[in-house]
Write a protein that binds this ligand. Structure first.
Ligand code: ADP
Ligand code: MG
Length: 319
């Protein structure tokens, strides 16, 4: 198959068919219609074999995850998913791998109404870049910079599951199915992000770990926060692990959670609980925004846990 046959065969009809796609895959550009009164939310992420995933990992899961990380960014601003482009760098054109990869990508794209409208294919070390675009009514996107002293700090889902899966894989230990799913097929919290428009004052998705990502909200908002570690939402597996080895870095800094962290005024708490219940997504208040900058993590006895270096840094030596 030529490069063009490969593209036509694997990537010409991926995701939803959308009326706002004037022109999709096949020309030099896609042509997309942004409705009047909306802003275009755009984000891009790259996954590199050996850095973000193991080269021999399940390609269908990889197709899912490479789109899920972008959907998580849209969720974090409260944008509705619309379009994606996909740049693939492949060591070779393995048809079975491409079939599985595109299946994982396609399933997730369809379930969120995303159309794949273009991309690129090159030969080289396995690398996947997905650009994603969504729509948000003008001036309603939830940014990192809106947190106010007194706001509650909330998180969705459970923290540290993907991190624990990776630690078990690294140690050559068996990985329970639930943890493997959390690592390989994260569920982007798109519905929650949309439902929090007009309620959350600030929001971010958790890719690098709560300590680092909440830190970005606090820095952008010029505030600080106190969170209670015993209130962190944890799965049974992570809870058991912490009981054996109280390393709070697992839920706070291992990363790859793809949950949402947001701030909201206390009087919205009942409304948040109701919307979380309606969506069937766990949401937990874990602390409070304070005027003094910095993040303070309180242990059971009220003492402060020192996070040390938190969050994954690709360029730790850069100054
Ligand atoms: P150009 O050289 O003009 O950039 P390409 O030959 O790279 O065009 O791609 C041809 C068409 O196929 C374009 O519309 C492009 O967006 C699309 N395309 C290429 N690779 C992919 C891919 N992996 N997924 C979806 N569409 C793709
Ligand atoms: Mg090209």
């Amino acid at each position: 198959m030529s490069e063009f046959d490969l593209i036509r065969h694997h990537f010409s009809r991926i995701g939803s068919q959308r009326a706002d796609v004037a022109l999709g895959v096949g020309d030099d550009c896609a042509l997309l219609r942004v409705p009047q009164g909306y802003e275009l939310a755009a984000s891009i992420d790259t996954l590199v074999a050996g850095v973000h995933f193991l080269s021999d990992c399940d390609p269908e899961g990889l197709g899912h995850k490479s789109l899920a990380v972008g959907l998580s960014d849209l969720a974090a601003v409260g944008a509705e998913p619309a379009w994606a482009t996909l740049a693939l760098t492949l060591p070779d054109a393995d048809a079975a791998w491409l079939d599985a990869f595109s299946l994982g990508f396609d399933r997730l794209a369809r379930s969120y109404g995303i159309a794949l409208v273009g991309g690129d294919m090159t030969r080289g070390p396995l690398t996947i870049t997905v650009q994603i675009q969504g729509l948000v009514p003008a001036a309603t996107a939830i940014l990192r910079r809106g947190a106010r002293p007194g706001d509650l700090v909330c998180v969705s889902g459970t923290l540290g599951d993907a991190g624990l899966a990776l630690r078990l894989l690294d140690a050559g230990e068996a990985v329970p199915e639930f943890l493997r799913e959390r690592l390989e097929r994260p569920t982007p919290r798109v519905e929650l992000g949309l439902a929090l428009r007009g309620t959350a004052t600030a929001m971010i998705d958790l890719s690098d770990g709560l300590a680092a990502d909440l830190g970005h909200i606090l820095a952008a908002s010029g505030v600080g926060a106190e969170i209670r570690l015993p209130d962190l939402p944890l799965s049974r597996s992570v809870r058991d692990r912490l009981a054996a080895d109280p390393d709070w870095g697992l839920p706070l800094a291992a990363g790859d959670d793809y949950e949402l962290c947001f701030c909201a005024p206390e009087q919205k708490h009942t409304q948040i609980t109701a919307l979380a219940e309606r969506l069937g997504i766990r949401v937990q208040a874990i602390g409070r925004v304070q005027p003094e900058t910095g993040l303070r993590c309180l242990l059971e006895d009220g003492s402060i846990w020192d996070p040390g270096r938190s969050g994954y840094d690709h360029f730790p030596d850069a100054s």
